[in-house]
Design a protein around this ligand. Sequence first.
Ligand SMILES: [Zn+2]
Length: 433
Amino acid sequence: MDADTADTADTADSADPAALRIDVDRLLRRLDALGEIGQVIGPRGERGCARLALTDADRDGRDLVVGWMRDLGLAVSIDAIGNVVGVRAGDDPALAPVMVGSHIDTVRTGGRFDGNLGVLGGLEVVETLITHGVATRRPVAVAFFTDEEGARFQPDMLGSLVYVGGLALEDALDVRAADDGARLGDELARIGYAGPTPCPTAAAPHAYVELHIEQGPVLEDAGVTIGVVTGVQGISWTELTITGQSAHAGTTPMRLRRDPGYVAAELTAGVRAIARQMGGSQVATVGRMEFTPNLVNVVPSSVTMTVDLRNTDEHLLQQAEHRFDTSCRRLADDEGVTIERRTLARFEPVEFDARMIDLVETTATRLGLSTMRMPSGAGHDAQMLARICPTSMIFVPSVNGLSHNLAELTEATDLQAGTDVLLQVVLQLANDG
Ligand SMILES: [Zn+2]
């Protein structure tokens, strides 16, 4: 904290910004209110969310959050891909803002915390500063990015990818929805979020910090409160269409079959074997498989399936892709089927800024919280922002490691801890040179 900042703090009770803490009840009220939009109640009373990108529910959620931004006096801008940024002015208007944020779209069976915490935690940070009359040298911006989940429009992290110039705006607007074929640009206009601010952004933030739930079991298993995220795994998503020969299940001898169902099963077992043999951070998943005609007594004519490969090391991820490629070609030959492949998403691993990682770690330690360094297994907007400014992430535990699940939960004490770390990291970044 420099002397400059102490001078500009405008009320007496702001004497020690380092002692500031967020109000977790206020944060929980906002999480609850946003969670009621698109709410899905599970069979055991779980309260989850379905706010797919650019649906009516997404619009209602956006309207609520934008209303909160305006209530806090933030200057709100909406860009051409629908990313929303609310800015609290700093003492020096010439300085680039410290940005925090995440996303508020969810998957079809999503929870109340994924993404929402980073955005509403950001608003809570700003409201805490306002309530205590704490000014900052740099502006503080709270952002939410369009279509992070990729559940309706692929690729995922689309809004932040366009924001940093990684995908042309026109191409993003032309993406079609996986469910109903709607054009992204048309849906954006329909819900009133095709904004006037140019995208990609003309002005990179000073730094970006994203608070997020872990979405996995590692922190809970270790009994640690704060995950200091060092980077994000590389992601490779492929859709395969395997075409063979539909045939009678009783009359067609095994040696004469060209069975895409069998090939799909071998490939599924194959990617598991690849991950097990490679070890380390390599993971592999077949998450979707559709048989045609999908009947008990018919050898299928075709199967469509997806393969998700991830690794923190680009070289090893390419090795996994290469091994998978080899088994595709061998199985296609052996069984006499054709395999068409389509890349749904491909992102290289990202390493976050070393000083930003240190800042999260030292701040959490100063607050008396336990920490561990870890890579993120999931993709996040932060990996896109890392292309244009120093970036890091703060993880808090997910109960039972559950996410993309109606039962997704993070305990209030962990919400408090993570958002306090966010607040203190923002204060330091917003007052540094
Ligand atoms: Zn998320």
